[in-house]
Ligand binder design. Structure first.
Ligand SMILES: *[C@@H]1O[C@H](CO)[C@@H](O)[C@H](O)[C@H]1NC(C)=O
Ligand SMILES: *[C@@H]1O[C@H](CO)[C@@H](O)[C@H](O)[C@H]1NC(C)=O
Ligand SMILES: *[C@@H]1O[C@H](CO)[C@@H](O)[C@H](O)[C@H]1NC(C)=O
Ligand SMILES: *[C@@H]1O[C@H](CO)[C@@H](O)[C@H](O)[C@H]1NC(C)=O
Length: 460
């Protein structure tokens, strides 16, 4: 009897002291990544921009150590990436900063993405491991091939007056993230003005070709006086110019009336990132030169006041020729159906496109720092994030991606568009640790983490 009471007392005492100890001795804090950011805009082949710098700020107790990986392969200080012998060391890790020099991005006809991919900052302390990551698309400015560059001889074109004329953007390597515009460039390599935009008979197609719906006599005079248009590759403010394309003399005159025939069509499925500027061009051949009108969600896009520039939809604007509609800032309300009509006295043609707004994933709910689950119990946790395109989800345990579902631990795909649920049918100690949920779409990657602690059986 006494012995029993004693053991009980000892047990209780022991139990209490354990409780007090765990309360008194700080258990520390699992690591957290406060911020992971790209500090510059990397562009291949632009001196002064052909590197990337990432900064990762983490906290935790004890203070976590920081490591970096690219597409799941760790960067080791002073060692070539992925152990590739003979390749130069392009990365440098200094404190919270990772720098990669001589970066290279994807280019046409080459499936390799090079430095484009998932960069991860991994923070580890004795309590756990967490990471955050960022998808970096390395921009490539593109280039004109020899013979078609700024300093090369102009290309002389003899058009038929009264007929259409299509001038392709001279032979070039496309780049990545570059766009094409035509314009007049000064001898100091400054853009004097962009060309399509003013006259209703000149526009460009999605492939970057310059189109005259019909060549007018005045086009030749103008081309001779301004020296000819150049095709311009633009990437994040950097520009590369082609040689001049000069209309120097009429080959012949051949006028004939033709009804509009659309050559620059709206993309049937347009996707514009939120907060970006988005342009759509509608352009048709035809004589007389077609005139244009546009509709958004079945409502004609018109100036608020006759002759004014402000339109009846916020952030929408036309270039003077009304062939190009610009949304100066894409918002969550910019999506919808756009329709453009080109008409002249002989007929009308139209093109239609659906715009969707892409936005990065955002978590709707956040995990607590720590979750205590009694041993053997069923448990589930939902990672709730929205975004467009709808995000995909990944789960990590102690820094390792979960790949094998089993009877006791599984997770769902984002089928219901409400995220992914990680569930345990009977939790046990091997399930303990830091869990990270990653939500990814084309716009961004976000992560959140929690520490799932499995509690032993409660004493009787
Ligand atoms: C890597 O090399 C640099 C310069 O040679 C040196 O300062 C640094 O300590 C080295 N880092 C490691 C982790 O060996
Ligand atoms: C878009 O811009 C608004 C206003 O500047 C800002 O509050 C918001 O965070 C931005 N959204 C994204 C996804 O960048
Ligand atoms: C996800 O979050 C949204 C926004 O907070 C909420 O309306 C929705 O009910 C959540 N869904 C689930 C299944 O938790
Ligand atoms: C994960 O980490 C926790 C706590 O650090 C540990 O108890 C658990 O055994 C680890 N599990 C695995 C599978 O690494």
């Amino acid at each position: 009897m006494i012995i029993l009471m004693l053991t009980c007392g000892v047990f209780l005492l022991f139990h209490n002291s354990v409780c007090q100890d765990t309360n008194a001795v700080p258990r520390g804090l699992p690591p957290r990544i406060r911020q992971l950011s790209l500090l510059n805009t990397p562009i291949e082949n632009v001196p002064g921009s052909d590197f990337l710098t990432l900064e990762c700020i983490a906290s935790g107790n004890p203070e976590p150590t920081i490591e970096w990986s690219f597409n799941n392969v760790k960067f080791i200080p002073n060692k070539t990436f992925n152990g590739i012998i003979g390749s130069p060391i392009r990365h440098k890790i200094q404190g919270s900063i990772l720098t990669i020099t001589n970066i290279k991005g994807k280019s046409d006809g080459d499936a390799n993405l090079y430095d484009t991919g998932r960069y991860r900052c991994i923070a580890t302390n004795e309590i756990g491991i967490v990471f955050d990551e960022i998808f970096i698309n390395v921009r490539v400015i593109g280039a004109f091939r020899p013979g078609f560059q700024y300093e090369n001889e102009p290309n002389y074109i003899r058009p038929l007056i009264g007929q259409k004329l299509i001038i392709p953007c001279p032979n070039h390597k496309k780049g990545y993230g570059s766009s094409i515009r035509w314009g007049i460039v000064s001898s100091e390599r400054k853009i004097d003005y962009w060309y399509p935009g003013y006259y209703p008979h000149v526009f460009q197609t999605s492939s970057g070709s310059l189109v005259y719906s019909v060549v007018l006599e005045n086009d030749i005079k103008e081309s001779l006086s301004n020296g000819g248009l150049r095709c311009i590759l633009i990437n994040n403010g950097y520009t590369i110019f082609s040689n001049q394309q000069v209309l120097y003399e009429a080959y012949d005159i051949k006028q004939e009336k033709r009804k509009p025939e659309l050559l620059a069509l709206l993309d049937p499925e347009m996707i514009a990132p939120i907060n970006s500027t988005y342009s759509m061009i509608c352009g048709a051949l035809g004589d007389p030169v077609p005139t244009y009108r546009w509709e958004y969600q079945g409502v004609e896009i018109v100036p608020l006041r006759p002759g004014g520039n402000k339109l009846n939809f916020e952030f929408f604007e036309f270039l003077p020729n009304r062939l190009e509609l610009r949304i100066s800032r894409v918002t969550q309300y910019s999506g919808g159906t756009f329709k453009c009509y080109a008409s002249n006295e002989l007929g009308e043609a139209s093109t239609i496109g659906q715009l969707s707004v892409a936005y990065p994933p955002v978590f709707n709910t956040f995990f607590p720092n720590e979750i205590n689950v009694p041993y053997g119990k069923a448990f589930e946790i939902r990672c709730n994030a929205t975004g467009f395109p709808f995000p995909n989800f990944e789960w990590y345990h102690n820094g390792t991606k979960l790949t094998m579902k089993d009877a006791r631990r599984s997770w769902t795909d984002n089928k219901d568009k409400h995220g992914s649920v990680l569930s345990f049918t009977q939790i046990s100690f091997i399930h303990e640790g830091v869990y990270i949920c990653v939500a990814i779409n084309s716009q961004d990657t976000i992560t959140q983490s929690t520490f799932i602690r499995v509690q032993g059986m409660a004493p009787l």
